[in-house]
Design a protein around this ligand. Sequence first.
Ligand SMILES: Cc1cc2nc3c(=O)[nH]c(=O)nc-3n(C[C@H](O)[C@H](O)[C@H](O)COP(=O)(O)O)c2cc1C
Length: 271
Amino acid sequence: MTSPLSKRYGETDAPAIALNSPAIDLMLNHRSVRGYRPDPLPAGALEAIIAAAQSAATSSNLQTWSVVAITDPAVKAECAALSGGQQHIAECPVFLLFLADLARLNRVADRAGLPHAGNDTFEMFLVAAIDAALAAQNAVMAAEILGLSTVYIGAMRNRPEDVARLIGLPQGAAAVFGLCIGYAAEGKGGAVKPRLPQEAVLHHGRYELEKQDAAIERYNHAMAAFNERERVNTTTPWTVHSARRVSGPESLSGRHVLMQALRRMGFLKAE
Ligand SMILES: Cc1cc2nc3c(=O)[nH]c(=O)nc-3n(C[C@H](O)[C@H](O)[C@H](O)COP(=O)(O)O)c2cc1C
């Protein structure tokens, strides 16, 4: 039987360790799902998922994130359109929009009669985006523990101001990504996608760049085998695919002007 570590890295690059942790196995078994049954989440699941999300660490306990749960088919369809037509958003029963949320902290400061110019910095946008990401990953793990599937939607940053209008965001709040949640449709459960060998990612004491080349080359082979196994219609090596993703501003699906949009949305005014 293939171990969870071998599935994650391929047989040759799996770390030679014996793991006996159902919780870590669950993490190793993660896969994004892009096809959902219409069935709703069980009662209480959303609240349990959000409780897990709120249990993530949060910078200075500021809790500078929020989440908007969307179940209205018309609003999900609009989100799908804003993401360039990702139909899994319309299909899934619950679509979560994770927000970098400085609006609440601005209001807390206003009501306390205190200034909040610190929120106008890049640092505080980053704090809020990190908080949102940490919370969301706890949500993903909680969903998977409950037998649900997920996929993140970074494309919600393609047209951030349209997303903000759609869900009524005040100044100082922005959706940093979405998350589809639901039961995987028949045959759409996805597969464990290999990750880079640890040799490329884990550094001991000192960062090494050039030494990663061999591991990256092996990863090209692991991804090619994955694509063939899963009948992914591509022969493009991972290195070329990844380089193309950053080849120019136009390859960022409109997000190359994100900072200007964020300024109009009430962030980064001091920068
Ligand atoms: C922040 C973030 C944004 C993402 N945005 C999208 C997206 O817009 N559409 C999509 O289909 N997958 C999206 N993904 C999923 C990634 O493509 C996926 O995690 C990656 O290919 C690895 O596959 P796996 O999650 O199945 O292991 C996103 C993932 C992250 C973390």
